[in-house]
Design a protein around this ligand. Sequence first.
Ligand code: BES
Ligand code: MN
Ligand code: ZN
Length: 496
Amino acid sequence: MDFNIKSGNPEKQRTACVIVGIFDSRRLSPAAKAIDAVSKKYLSNLIRRGDMDGKKDQYLLLHNVPGMIADRVLLIGCGKEREINDKAYLRIIANSVRALKETGALEAVNYLSELTIKGRDHCWKVREAVKVTEHILYEFNELKSKKKKNRRPLRKLTFTVPTRRELPESEQAMNEGRAIANGIRLTRDLANRPANICTPAYLAEQATSLAKTYRSLSVNVLDEAEMKKLGMNSLLSVSQGSEEPAKLIILEHKGSKKTQKPIVLVGKGVTFDTGGISIKPSPAMDEMKYDMCGAASVIGTVSAVAELNLPINVVGVVPTTENMPSGTATKPGDIFTSMSGLTVEVLNTDAEGRLILCDAITYSERFNPAVIIDIATLTGACVIALGKHASGLMSNHNPLARDLLNAGEEACDRAWQLPLWNDYQQQLNSPFADMANIGGREAGTITAACFLSRFAEKYHWAHLDIAGTAWLSGSKKGATGRPVSLLMQYILNQIK
Ligand code: BES
Ligand code: MN
Ligand code: ZN
């Protein structure tokens, strides 16, 4: 999609469609008022007749409105003006894009980016509008033999700001929105691709081709022999049951001085999680192709950072493998020495995410990170605790946790913090090794984070459990691209 920013009156727009808001009950937004004035009360008459009263999710498409140069005017119901919060705004923009898609318009000028939202400026409104537009238009049909073709697809969408003064900043916000949306699209594509296509080697290829696209990026892919040399036996204990070789992908964006400590993002890349010998039940097991969503979100985020060429150093570290049962697979009770030197008793081979992440976190020490943030579809318990609405957040450094929570609020990609108290650590006690890889039924999301925390003690570290947020199940099955928005907002806030 081609996005643009403009200021100017709706009646002057030479375009296929002008989009304006109507508030509940039967109140015109400023842009609608301007159209009403030039059209000799065409809108207020029609509203009086009861064709549109501005309720949420209502819309009305008009042609040949008097006094207008535009071919069409699309009225969008916005609900009560004073109740338009972040969520409502996203829904209004989404509705406008859905309605527009049904028309023959190839382009449009959208005045909904001028709606008043408490605490949000024009930059926020533009950035979020671009993101939600791309989100709505996303489709994953590359594996259908017959592609449905839209004869008149939407090509160009212009958002408006009240005056010329807001143009430069809003254009920057639009660029941010576009880059974030592109990162999210990449994340969703990688995640939606099935495990027979999206293997660890495939993810490594994708990262490599990304590094060729952007000058700021460099890539390094470690194979199993190299990981073995580094002592990453915990990671390799997961891949040993699979025919697909594991990889450790390192994707670096150098946007600032060498001396500036990087933000290190570590993403769980289990391209398929059968559970291993502790095998999962078969219902919905296909969804375990999404067990690499952490990895996909790291790759998507680094890609967005590179597209914007942000003046900051960011490193993506992606441990990636399958988790399969076989004659060579890890057996419950097996003990491995991780790269850190700590030993782990694998009591459940289905708790494999932490086994690959711990070695990736230890590996990340070499970058002397400002912070380490890991992103993982780590526990079913997190889905039970928070559902699909919030990612679980745990951290050993409260200021970092606050920054991530705030970024999530701002980007409409929320997280919620769970405690990481020492009280939980004892659940990982093992009679035979330094720790077990599971902590029992209670507080499963927290004990998983406790496990990781033992490898991150030297750093400001946070863990995002995205098991509930990374994809949707049921009729809307598909990757969401979360938490790329949260991570990008966090990174942008570190610069500003
Ligand atoms: N990838 C799963 C977590 C998961 C399950 C995410 C369902 C989304 C939906 C992870 O590897 C796993 O299997 N975790 C186990 C841990 C348990 C054995 C301690 C779980 O949550 O059941
Ligand atoms: Mn598992
Ligand atoms: Zn898993």
